[in-house]
Design a protein around this ligand. Structure first.
Ligand code: FE2
Ligand code: FE2
Length: 169
């Protein structure tokens, strides 16, 4: 897995230069507080989606706007609550959070119309409208890939903890 996503230095540098403009900002740092999948924070999840989708685009020489892809991937889940919390008053989170993230990103960052489009349909097919850009498709797909690996890691962690706690030694 690691080797598959190893990038040439110039692409790695581009990725880190681009994310640095966002990841140290106050609203983005707040994402560390909220669980996304299991105990993975939204902060970790969106960086993972950005890296996976960017790596795929580089490896496959896709003709896309790479800066837009990274920016939209970082901001695609920009909401400030724990969606597992049943008392937070957020209904149908899966359906409505992409629009919420677009709204928050528009208020808090300078994002382009295209970046909004890349973010808006990432929950397809749960939401009915598919992504309308290549960058949007990458975010939509690697959002699911990242979520799957988060759950897998959580399952492995639970298994390991169970083994450790049940071990007599
Ligand atoms: Fe999402
Ligand atoms: Fe996501």
């Amino acid at each position: 897995m690691k080797q598959k996503y190893n990038l040439p230095k110039k692409d790695q540098d581009f990725f880190f230069q681009t994310i640095q403009k966002i990841i140290y900002t106050e609203p983005f740092l707040r994402l560390k507080q909220y669980h996304h999948h299991g105990n993975i924070s939204i902060y970790t999840h969106v960086i993972k989606v950005a890296y996976l989708s960017f790596s795929y685009a580089v490896k496959h020489h896709l003709r896309i706007q790479k800066k837009e892809l990274i920016t939209a991937a970082l901001l695609h889940d920009l909401y400030f609550y724990d969606w597992h919390d049943k008392h937070n008053g957020v209904h149908l989170h899966g359906l409505f959070h992409p629009a919420k993230a677009v709204k928050n990103a528009t208020t808090l960052y300078h994002i382009t119309k295209r970046e909004k489009r890349h973010m808006a349909h990432h929950m397809f097919p749960l939401t009915l409208i598919p992504p309308t850009t290549k960058e949007g498709w990458l975010i939509c797909i690697f959002d699911k890939v990242a979520a799957k690996s988060d759950y897998k890691a959580l399952k492995l962690k639970k298994k390991a903890l169970k083994k450790i706690t049940s071990s007599k030694k």
